[in-house]
Design a protein around this ligand. Sequence first.
Ligand code: SF4
Length: 601
Amino acid sequence: MNGYGNGLLRINLSDGKVTKEAIFDAMKRDFLGGRGFAIKILWDEVKNVDPLSEKNKIVFSIGPLSGQLLPSSGKMVIASKSPLTGGYGDGNIGTMASVYLKKAGYDAVVVEGKSGKPCYVLIEDETVQILDANDLWGKNSFEAQDLLEKKHGRNSGIVLIGPGGENEVPIATVMSQHGRAGGRPGMGAVMGAKNLKALVIKGTKNVSNFDDAKLRELGKKGYDEIKGKESYDFWMRQGTMQAFEWCNENACLPTHNFKEGVFEFAKELDGYVLERLHAGRKGCPMCNMQCGHLIKDASDREAELDYENIGMLGPNIGIKSLIQAGQLNRMADEWGLDTISLGSGIGFLMEASEKGLISEKINWGDFDAAQRLVGEIGRGEGLGKLVSRGVKVASETIGQGSEKWAMQIKGLEISAYNCHACPGMALSFGTSPIGASHKDAWIIAWEIANDRFSYNKAKVEKLIEFQRLRGGFFESATVCRLPWVEVGFGLDWYPEYLEAVTGEKKTWEDFHQIGDRIYNLIRAFWKRENPGFGRKWDYPPDRWFDDAQSRGKMKGMKIDRRKYDQMLSWYYELRGWDDNGIPRRDTLERSGLNEVAKAIG
Ligand code: SF4
């Protein structure tokens, strides 16, 4: 099919074998690419394995739109069985590796086995080599990127891990290009467990699109439309950091481990402070609305900020300086640790200290302690070891009711939105297919603007609509959703882009069917890999149900458990899942997943 590469590259690090396999058109039609390819491969090939064993596999996949000359297309999905959650884990990353993988002629790379010593993989079109990485091992993600660029030239796409991944820390992520990150549920640890430091990808081939001239014309029009949007200028000034002030005003800023939704020092950390300190901008390839804003941290190094990392490494741990939060973020990027899980872990330790559940004294806002903890978490040592496997495991370790305020769902830490007064967003976290990620259905902006306090079925329908678009289409196409989300870039462009790329005319209904198939298969994967999986895995922690916010305009607010339960039941009904949240046989069969229905009984 036009617009795709020649299939899948399989690299076995145990025996060094490299094979090239076809991805048939039926798979492209059924799963589109990116996340769709990843879950199909993992469902077929990764069964009941330890995520950090050599039996696990890691998939780097792109979609038909990835790396093309159209808005914000420089994205790649990285997926595996997660060492943090034990279920399906993935994340997208903005990287030139996406562009060069397309030019090298592949749609996915599957890495399996385990190298006997540190290695990296160099892909140059048809040639694939597994190379020694002894000189890279131990280097942080910035140093390793520089060394690899020096060796292989800047005309290469690199995805790599920092020491956190090497140490198999389950909150380790995958990094690229000095600060791009992806794969929150421990994808960095999976690479580390394989002794795999990096993939370096170089590609020189033309992409076989159906109508290149049309695609160029549509791509240019798309870029122009984005630039002409009313909100474009403000976006270019603050990027996702514009959400900081908005969250504080709406009392959903994560503060002191999600106890509160407002932070008294918010004005020291918001997008206007960023504007004053602004030292540059970075972002993903093919993007004309780049959102990685740089400031200089306390050591005069560049720190790349976005809302999620400043929310979690600022108010969530009581840090009241943007420069300090930026420094923690820079450290996390160097170690290759997920900033959301990191901020949640440090917040968990601060609260445990406040409650006297651990002997160490760590106060809210203690910057020195936070810096020390980043290193300890990255090494999996000392007090940091307690949260390096995530706050779920930490709460199981220290007990004493701490699971009520271990801010995670399915083992993945909740990202930077306090939901005491946002039941739809709480359900969005609860039903995200990788654990508590905001990416699949960021319904909070719609919810606050339209219907904040209700628990009705229409809200659940809206949530599924967002999941179909964000988690189904954008993750599989595979392109960034932010042009649509943040500046209102029209959704109508995407079927046109797909048609110019593949030659096939598709409707949104077609894409939603693909999205539903992907969600059903991911849900089945969770069930197969975790026999006890079910409804209780879809609830946020007790804090949001039981401990009302004590200040701000949402003072006294908490989620009504009975009404949340009703929304969850509607969600299952609308998805065609049973009351325990498992896809029904007829639902799986409608998605063409008959074999899956048999496998999960
Ligand atoms: S909007 Fe931001 S995340 Fe999306 S492609 Fe551009 S730089 Fe990357």
